[in-house]
Design a protein around this ligand. Structure first.
Ligand SMILES: [Zn+2]
Ligand SMILES: [Zn+2]
Length: 385
């Protein structure tokens, strides 16, 4: 039987491409291999001419939802007989044409698992799957595979390994897979004794304290967005007297209490990029969000909903909006290393919430707005996504 080669370029790594190809190969009962290279996804397989084009067209029309395919080509190649279909080890390619995959906001399925008390990842702040979680910020080198990311220090427990190996599982081949058993760990500094990380952050916010939280792209400085006292303290300590601050809401429903927001903006806010969206505030915000202290003299406020499960969980418990601004000293880049954050932000933050997943590439949040008349999207700052 002839052998074919398919080469796919674009944002194709860390989006579940290999599992998708594996399932499609299974559907057409093809034998061959799929691998990630720095030059994209490469597939070799045996098929009749007819089947090869069916398979090719199926990939073209049903790529994984987070993938961005910039080119896909098929050609017949040197004959080789394969046994079964296999995902083979990634290897470097001759070119470096693959596009870096952005970090993805928590997906709906992971969010519902996180709040399901019967799920093993109930309240686990680092839940991910092949559709969501960090990518760009944790990649040391390409191709995207766990040993080349900061996930390399975490070993999967047998349960997670089972999911990783199970083609039917939505965590099949998920490089960021962990669970409470083999978990990424939270730690708190700035408080002594036996602390429960999530509760100590909630308590600190309630006491108008400033908390530095290590998120996906770096540290965020946070405080209660309904407390003028806390906001002014943050402004003073960060030496940011009047520039607007971004506000993070537990969810879109609460956000609507404070802001005039279009349905376009809501779907943008809650998609897998989860940017900050600039939008008009209501005259009297329903949550008590202190508009005048957050964006002095401005009508518009930059708002977002949590993209990291950790922030989702914290806000779910706090039930109020928070200020979430980059954790840096005025003029410096965002802090992303635990030790340096402690050194540089200790004058500002009363409490630190760290975790032991490393960040390679720090990132600020993306910022977008909508044109007032046509609701057209305007990208003001692109980072995640
Ligand atoms: Zn997910
Ligand atoms: Zn596990």
């Amino acid at each position: 039987m002839p052998t074919y080669y398919i080469h796919i370029k674009g944002i194709v790594q860390g989006v579940g491409f290999r599992p998708t190809i594996y399932r499609l190969a299974d559907k057409y009962q093809l034998k061959g291999t799929v691998s990630n290279t720095t030059d994209g996804v490469q597939i070799y397989f045996n098929a009749t001419a007819k089947k090869s084009s069916l398979f090719f067209n199926d990939i073209k029309s049903h790529p994984p939802s987070r993938a961005v395919v910039t080119s896909i080509e098929i050609q017949e190649t040197e004959k080789r007989e394969y046994e079964g279909f296999q995902i083979i080890d990634s290897h470097g390619g001759k070119d470096r044409s693959v596009l870096l995959t952005p970090d993805f906001a928590i997906c709906d399925e992971c969010r519902s698992e996180m709040y399901d008390s019967n799920n093993k990842r109930y309240h686990y702040p680092f839940i991910t799957c092949t559709l969501c979680g960090p990518r760009y910020s944790i990649i040391n080198a390409l191709p995207y595979d766990r040993p080349l990311t900061t996930m390399d220090t975490f070993n999967m427990c047998p349960d997670c390994q089972y999911e990783y190996d199970d083609i039917e599982d939505r965590r099949y081949f998920s490089q960021t897979n962990t669970c409470p058993e083999c978990s990424i760990k939270l730690s708190v500094s700035g408080q002594s004794g036996n602390v429960i990380p999530i509760s100590s952050v909630i308590q600190a916010w309630k006491q108008d304290l400033i908390v530095a939280i290590k998120g996906i792209g770096g540290y965020l400085l946070t405080c209660d967005a309904t407390s003028e006292h806390a906001i002014n303290k943050l402004r003073q300590k960060k030496n940011r007297p009047s520039k607007p601050l971004a506000v993070m809401y537990p969810d879109a429903a609460m956000l609507k209490k404070d802001l005039e927001i279009s349905s376009e903006a809501i779907s943008e806010l809650t998609n897998h990029v989860s940017p900050i969206v600039l939008t008009r505030s209501k005259k009297t915000p329903g949550t008590g969000m202190v508009k005048a202290a957050i964006a002095p003299g401005l009508n518009q406020i930059g708002v977002m909903v949590p993209y990291a499960p950790l922030m989702d969980l914290l806000l779910h418990h706090f039930k109020k909006p928070i200020i979430a601004t980059s954790g840096n000293l005025s003029g410096d880049p965002i802090e992303f290393r635990n030790d340096r954050a402690m050194d540089n932000l200790s004058e500002i933050a009363d409490l630190f919430l760290h975790n032991n997943r490393g960040i390679v590439v720090p990132q600020d949040d993306s910022l977008i707005a909508f044109s007032p008349r046509h609701h057209r999207k305007i990208i003001l700052r692109r980072s995640r996504g």
